[in-house]
Design a protein around this ligand. Structure first.
Ligand code: DGY
Length: 328
């Protein structure tokens, strides 16, 4: 007798190839509109499914997990960050959580470099001259930015993505500095000729560029708060391709407007799509709509990871990318 297929609910539209493969393997309910599910729809999903495939636009909090039926056994997140999922409550209720690490690393690191270059080389100012049709031609003193080669780059969070940023930044001649919960092994540190700073304050005060690459957890919330932002050199810039909550966005906005920080490149915001309006009209910022990992290749690989996690679970094993509270 053939085994009953797992019932899987997917909360957002995924690339066609991923949806097709999911449908071949499981009894899957796909999303028709590409809008986040309402709370009521999420409740209905966790009540009836064996596996939920949410993504970062879904709030999978303790109360929601509390409403799950006995069937729900796995939350196979489509994405690396799990700060929208109450992993502890899921564990207490015997629901496994998995994510999709690794496959977003290079794309996110590429976008981090793009933001570093866009801000230091003043691309928004240059684009605006063209868009406003106010370009009078080349001039020796026009639109001068800062050379990244030789700059000190302080990476906040030296996990997979932080290291991929370091790798790229080295090729641009930047000097690598980092702050991390744990110091890297000597060999890795040496490969980047990286300097470890146990004190984040001390690192922040000495960097030309700061890149936020740590996840959002209760410990990293507002790690770059007003006090720390004030430690930055006035000619330094900050980029964030991780999670908006790590930077106090209001404080950053005030300091950018006051010229106390030279520039910022942001792909993520403290309150999701509700971006501080006073950030938008600044010439020294580059703002992107959380597209750091948005490549077709990456999105398909994320889907493949989700499928492997569900399939492995279905075969009676731990999903390879299981997330447990102690990892956070
Ligand atoms: C993730 O998967 O958490 C990323 O932020 C998506 O870009």
């Amino acid at each position: 007798m053939s085994k009953k297929r797992l019932s899987v609910v997917v909360t957002r539209r995924l690339p066609e190839a991923v949806e097709t493969r999911l449908s071949e393997l499981f009894d899957v309910r796909l999303r028709e509109d590409d809008t986040p599910m309402t709370r009521a729809e999420l409740i209905e999903a966790v009540k009836g499914a064996d596996v939920l495939v949410p993504t970062l636009t879904d709030e999978i909090d303790g109360a929601l997990i509390g409403q799950a039926g006995d069937r729900l056994k796995l939350i196979a997140n489509y994405g690396a960050g799990v700060d929208h999922i109450d992993v502890s409550t899921a564990r207490q209720r015997g629901v496994l959580v998995s994510n999709t690490p690794g496959v977003l690393t290079d794309d996110t690191a590429d976008m981090t470099m793009a933001l570093i270059l866009a801000v230091t080389r003043r691309m928004p100012a240059g684009m605006s001259v063209i868009q406003q049709d106010t370009w009078d031609g080349w001039a020796p003193t026009a639109l001068m930015g800062r050379r990244v080669s030789g700059c000190r780059l302080g990476i906040l969070g030296m996990g997979r993505i932080g290291q991929a940023v370091a790798h790229r930044a080295r090729a641009f001649g930047m000097q690598i500095h980092y702050h991390n919960r744990r110091r890297l092994h000597d060999q890795i540190e040496e490969s980047f000729e990286a300097t470890y700073w146990e004190s984040l304050d001390q690192m922040v005060a000495r960097m030309d560029v700061i890149s936020v690459n740590c996840p959002h957890t209760p410990t990293t919330f507002h790690l770059m708060n007003a006090r720390r932002l004030k430690l930055m050199k006035p000619d330094a810039v900050i980029v964030n391709t991780s999670r908006g909550e790590v930077i106090d966005e209001n404080a950053l906005t005030r300091m950018l407007r006051a010229g106390e920080i030279a520039g910022a490149g942001l792909d993520v915001y403290e309150h999701g799509t509700e971006i501080n309006p006073r950030l938008r009209d600044l010439e020294n910022v580059v703002l992107l709509p959380h597209m750091g990992s948005a490549t077709l290749e990456g999105r398909i690989e994320m889907g493949e990871k989700v499928i492997i996690n569900i399939k492995t679970f279905d075969d009676g094993h731990r999903p390879p990318d299981q997330v447990v509270p102690s990892m956070l």
